[in-house]
Design a protein around this ligand. Structure first.
Ligand SMILES: [Zn+2]
Length: 113
């Protein structure tokens, strides 16, 4: 089974190499979905939602929310932002199975193990 949690953060970025409008400074209301897969424990849970929240809040949201992503990553494409998030969650010991980062309402990147 897979449990999923959804989070939201606001951040600015720019992609100076981009030929289109992503070149300029602009912001997104990012939505991050964190999926954790596993078998049920003795309490009938894969992982407590609150445990996922604690890790994601501390290691991702508190670092990225209301920031300029170019100060954290050299090239903050949605793909590289979700890869960075995956590394942060790995370091924090969260055994995520997949991550999906929505940059716009219609555009997202799925990062699977
Ligand atoms: Zn953008």
């Amino acid at each position: 089974m897979t449990v999923a949690r959804r989070y939201r953060f606001e951040a600015a970025h720019q992609l100076p190499w981009h030929p289109g409008k992503c070149r300029g400074l602009h912001g997104h209301s990012y939505v991050l979905e964190v999926h954790v897969s596993g078998s049920l424990d003795e309490h009938g849970m894969v992982m407590d939602f609150g445990e996922v929240d604690t890790v994601v809040d501390k290691h991702v949201l508190c670092v990225l929310d209301h920031t300029h992503l170019n100060e954290v990553l050299d090239n903050p494409t949605a793909e590289l932002v979700v890869a960075w998030i995956g590394e942060r969650l790995d370091t924090a010991g969260l055994a995520w199975s997949s991550l999906r980062l929505w940059e716009t309402e219609d555009g997202s990147v799925l990062f699977e193990r």
